[in-house]
Design a protein around this ligand. Sequence first.
Ligand code: FES
Length: 111
Amino acid sequence: MHPRNVGIIEDADGVGEVGNAKCGDIMKMYLKIEDSVITDVKFETFGCASAIASNSMTTELIKEQKAEDAMTLTNKAVAEALDGLPDYKMHCSVLAEEAIQAAIEDYHKKK
Ligand code: FES
């Protein structure tokens, strides 16, 4: 009901955009990274409530974490942090995992 870290970072160090082939939804993640630590993260989504919740939780979990640690965050860990998602909604949490990985890969490419 109250998603956190929704929005855009204009001068992001890394941006990741991914889509879900199952439902056509889209996720975009923006990162600020200083000395390999994620200092700020925001997201936008064209997705369902589970996707919004997954991304909100993902942003909370990775903030102030090292980028290399954020790379290993799984959608299962995100779903567990949300106290679970229905089986038929687990694919929504994959968007969060993929968006963060894409944003960190973009950061490495820019660097
Ligand atoms: Fe598309 Fe949830 S139904 S992300």
